[in-house]
Design a protein around this ligand. Sequence first.
Ligand SMILES: [Zn+2]
Ligand SMILES: [Zn+2]
Length: 202
Amino acid sequence: MVSKSHKKGFDNKVTPVDKKSVHLPAGLWIDIEDIGDEGLNVDFIKNPSYFDFRDRNFKIVKDVTINCTLARCDGDIYLNGKFSTVVELACSRCLDNFTDEISAEFSGEYLPEKGESSSKEELELMESDLNVSYYTGDNIDILPTVRDQILLSISIKPLCKENCLGLCPHCGQNLNISKCNCKEDDIDERLAVLKKLKIVQV
Ligand SMILES: [Zn+2]
Ligand SMILES: [Zn+2]
């Protein structure tokens, strides 16, 4: 429970007793000291509102579950993780909203940020490797990695179902729900010939 006294305490000048009480910005923070010789398993369950995905073509509609395994070699941290959640999307064919389960496994590497000694070439090389992130201090934030993974799991052309019939290009009727009458009226010329033949035969 977030009480008013907590906020008051934050406003007052309180000297942190241990470093874990230091306020970090919003993120999925892991204290690298917690990663022992056998590694560390961490689970996070986050409310959809935690991920700031405004102005996107989807909406997270279920808590995001994240399982992480971390290993450490001196200052280098290796992450293996997976996430799962449910998103609401608009079908790219029929424009109807539908929900879809998404999940993915991912990995990443966190290296201590080097000082100004890094050469320009070295920095360019680092930036080209998308799975590598750099950190300063005693904590790493895996939120950017998880955010990227969620974005990568969203189809650019989402479909409510593989055989979605889409909308009628003439009247806009959702053809998954019912047929429209356009096909009869908009008969193509080859079929029109058949129709005439039929009339002649009768
Ligand atoms: Zn559809
Ligand atoms: Zn139609």
